[in-house]
Write a protein that binds this ligand. Structure first.
Ligand code: SF4
Length: 208
């Protein structure tokens, strides 16, 4: 989305997200900050949750997934029907790469939770309307407008990783995401080596 709008992820997080960078910003009128009278400003790169609507998707962390159908929002101009399948709908919305990225970031997230468990750190982060004031690692602040983790700022964290490793920052978003995933993975490898052995099953640290 940041690429499409011609801004850095630093600026995008600041201008268009809330709750420590975990949700898109909605105004007091209940409208997304990216909607215009002509439609979504980031439609070609809209996030997974927007691609899925009116479906909701839940995963169990072990490859299982379930879908639910949300009721149509008042004022929604989308066409709802019951003559297709979930599979064809997902294909039409181009969700495949987004679900794959979600899976890979989810694996890293579960490794982070596993580390917090082993360090006996209470890592729960409140991302409710009051802002991202967490109990331990949250950096969301009172306003909830700062990223909970510096890793969420893909451009800034990649710039740091590339400078430290003598790498060029990838141009294409797919390459940037792949390197971002690698950077987080290497950071976790380092932390895990300092606190003990890596768990055999990274999904083992599964949490609700
Ligand atoms: S599709 Fe998503 S990103 Fe686009 S305007 Fe709607 S809520 Fe915002």
């Amino acid at each position: 989305m940041a690429r499409l709008l011609g801004m850095s992820t630093t600026e995008f997080l600041s201008r268009h997200t809330d709750h420590g960078g975990t949700t898109l910003r909605f105004g007091e009128d209940g409208r997304c900050s990216l909607v215009t009278p002509e439609g979504c400003r980031v439609h070609p790169r809209r996030p997974l949750v927007c691609r899925l609507y009116p479906l909701g998707r839940a995963t169990d962390g072990e490859g299982g997934e379930k879908f639910a159908l949300f009721p149509k929002e008042a004022g929604c101009k989308a066409e709802f029907g019951e003559d297709g399948t979930i599979e064809t709908f997902l294909e039409s919305q181009g969700v495949a790469p987004y679900i794959e990225w979600s899976r890979r970031y989810g694996d890293l997230y579960r490794r982070m939770l596993g580390l917090l468990d082993r360090l006996d750190v209470q890592g729960k982060v409140e991302t409710g309307a009051a802002g991202g004031g967490g109990q331990a690692e949250s950096r969301g602040g009172e306003s909830g407008r700062e990223p909970i983790s510096s890793w969420q700022d893909v451009d800034a964290s990649l710039a740091e990783f590339c400078a430290a490793n003598g790498l060029a920052i990838p141009e294409a978003i797919e390459d940037a995401i792949a390197l971002h995933l690698r950077a987080i993975g290497e950071w976790l490898d380092g932390l895990e080596s300092r606190v003990g052995e890596k768990p055999k099953d990274p999904q083992g640290a599964k949490r609700p």
